[in-house]
Design a protein around this ligand. Sequence first.
Ligand SMILES: *Cc1c(COP(=O)(O)O)cnc(C)c1O
Length: 402
Amino acid sequence: MKAKSLKHVMPDAKTENPLDARLRGELDQLRARALYRTRRVIEGAHGVRILVNGRECLNFCSNDYLGLAADPRLAAAAKAALDAGGTGSGAAALISGYNREHQALEEELADFLGRPRALLFSSGWAANLGVIRALAGRRDSVIADELNHASLIDGGRLSGAQYLRANHADLNAWAVALAAADGEQRLAVTDSVFSMDGDIAPLPQLADLCATRAATLMVDDAHGLGVLGPQGEGAVHAAGLGVTEVPVYVATLGKSLGCGGAFVAGSEALIEYLIQRARTWVFSTAPPPAIAAAARRALRIVREEPQHRERLLANVRRFRAGARQLGIPLSDSETPIQPLVLGQEQRALDLSQALFDRGYWVAAIRPPTVPHGTSRLRITFSAAHTAEQIDGLLEGLATGLK
Ligand SMILES: *Cc1c(COP(=O)(O)O)cnc(C)c1O
């Protein structure tokens, strides 16, 4: 009781510690600039119909592209693993945390992608940080697209390597940056599908450039895996590239696979090296085995049930055709990430709120996630959306933009 009442005591300028005083000032500034962020609490499943603050609405901002996050078959696989082996792995994989479920998932991922080996990480963030730091050091160079995911940017910075940024998907800029990179080894890093824009990197051309400059290409396929390619093998496979052209492949299990965690796939030597040197892997507890069991089930669904991917892409086409008819400005994206760029932060927040009031949840994306002046609604689609739901969203957008 006492602790609870203490929490509610209003801060007093005289007694507030210097840290809190500084943080409060910065928080006030974020509020004034429409950059303050808050969370909404979800009750139960993270599907298309989602219970937010006690109210059901339709989710158009998840990365659960195939609708697997709430699929009972994944939950059943996790439950069976929980019953058999409990919750925690208890230690890092190199100590005593490496479970048969982890091993099986790594083998099945490698097999699916046609790569010799895979290594499971607890998150995409951990994978990107760990891999880049392991592969690039002070004497090396990292060349990166300016719109790369924050984890790739941080990985590059933390590595201590010379860091060269190329304008987004600009092959000339990439050529210049690769030529300017004077490190002993050059690691070129790009998202496949850009997470806030939905466009796809020019992977074959980047692979060619890297080959001529003896640079190693690393691709983060977080939004391509399960979505692109004839069987959902992702953007790298869809571009006709293999382990020779793209030696370092990273993808996550928390998006189209509906689970959580991530993995790196590549050669025997790469994976063995990461096992020795990727600090975010070596010094981190192995993921719960049940999550690996669920991801194995998800991977089987991806392989055996192309209808989800087909429905997803049909949903994207329906949205784009409808938006064109209604005069809603579209970007060039053909993927399930469909941004509606609005510019000012407040404009994005207002439209997001207007849609939410109608029962459609589309998050407003603001700096620093996107560059200043490009605040947007990031609309994402799932195989589980119905045609009526998409039409309803289009109507809401058209009304909100008037
Ligand atoms: C989501 C995402 C990550 C981070 O993956 P987590 O598993 O959520 O930590 C990394 N890269 C890209 C491109 C992403 O979209």
